[in-house]
Design a protein around this ligand. Sequence first.
Ligand code: F6R
Length: 607
Amino acid sequence: MCGIVGYVGKRDCTDVLINGLSKLEYRGYDSAGIAVFNKNQKIEVAKSKGRLQNLVDKMNADGKPMGNAGIGHTRWATHGEPSDVNSHPHSGGRVTIVHNGIIENYKEIKDYLTDKGVSFASDTDTEVAAKLLDYNYNGSPIKTIMDTIRSLEGSYALGIIFADHPNVVYAVRKESPLIVGVGEGESFIASDVPAVLEYTKDYYLLEHEEIAVLDNNGVKIFDSFGRPIQKELKTADWDVEAIGKGGYEHFMLKEIHEQPTAIRNTIKPRIKDGLPNLEECGITPQVLREFRQIFIVACGTAMHAGMMGKYVVEKLAGVPVIVDIASEFRYRDPIVGEGDLVIIISQSGETADSKAAMHLAKEKGAKTLAIVNAMGSSIAREADMLIYTHAGPEIAVASTKAYMVQIAVMYLFAFEMALAVGKIDENECRRLVSLLEKTPDMIENLLEHKETTQYIAATLINADSLLYIGRGLDYALSMEGSLKLKEISYIHSEAYAAGELKHGTISLINEGMPVIAVATQQALFDKTISNIQEVKSRGAKVILVCRDSYQPEQNTADMKFGLPDFDDMLMPMLAVVPLQLIAYYTSVHRGNDVDKPRNLAKSVTVE
Ligand code: F6R
């Protein structure tokens, strides 16, 4: 959603805040702002609508706040349009704050404060929290924060400064993530580790309603009753290079190229003697045999990885799998309970709907398994069992490498489950695992031949709308290909099960409409080709993603992206790469901001 940072130390605070915000811009980027204690110990605020660069340009023109302590924010608007006045930080008089999350009862509080004569400049819930803090302020920041958070409903991570406590930064959180970075003679707060990685790898994970105080003596943390507590200092295993573009034009392209390494890092520790081994994640054959059905609950791309998981688990292990969009699952009173496994897939581990779905599953007595990329995130901490994907930080808003490792984990899980329930024997399981181990090398090869995807993308740039079609695993993959294209190219697209088109959607096909057909499943190949001919004969321009060995007849495809011969079941791990690249190059050709598509944010911590 939004990204927040804070700093206390000896460095130029504005530089540290801007640098930290630049690593958090993936969380939101419609406005940015900072508040810094200047050399006269007064709070100076600079903020601007638009990208972080607008704020930098503004400060270059007007002068930047100079000091050693402050807070900063990059916003994804929830209450109030993106504008200078709605940008954070917001001030309540003596108190200035930055906020990530949503204060659900902000209207009630606003009415209460308005009755008391308090006035408001912005439309935000954040200003309400700032004004409430100021209203409650009694000279003791910790006591004021404790009193105030009792009145706040919803989610928040707050960075707070008090005008009469110069060079001290306070922080508190509920639901929204917040870490406290600890360096040599300096300390930080941030929504996510990458914001501080350049300065320190050591950090505390702030828990619900804990209050952090950062000053020139270091960091102190208090519980919600104001009692000092000791916390375990964690060390991030990501390095600074992982959060740079490494010579690539965009993070998305870099992350597409990181997929082979991400797969290796994710599967290697979970393979022992050629067989899957998820014991360190709490998953044993005995545990797996207990489940009568599985739910996979997630949002967006992560949900598409779940679709892939459904096909593979059902096919191999013969256990029924229901895939649900988290925002639907949580409100449809699902028939789930003891004896069921609910798998939550999430890159960020903070997605509000996925988190709520997990809580519901637990309440109903199901066991939960989280497949998460972000270390220490809420979903990772709260699930009964946990498989971390080791994709490293994913910065581009459009997910690529996180999706790839989510499906790699789904494969491993399916292999282990199939073995546990006796649907495959050890030999077959070893064969499947060794195929999975081959995928990184095969993807590396594919990435050496990107020209075809560049060419295909060039033919799409003026399209108004297109379709992705496929059957079985190829249908699951089409959903992801279509989402990737629309979110970064802004071209409308839909994914359809190829056999479903003729039940209505085929009427959309007109002369020259692009249709991307994914046909990697040999058992379904002829069926898909028939569906392709149906659209081709109605004027569609067909781009076929299939095995290279297939030579399309004249009336089948206009363009082809050829894939190497490989096992049907694992084919999607290869086929997703051209789909990602087609989306990427289409966005580049259209001159879009690939890494930060409009209206989106990386981590969706609101409903
Ligand atoms: C699309 C994309 C989103 C996320 C979705 C869930 O490229 O990244 O659809 O997959 O918002 O996010 P996580 O995985 O963080 O729960």
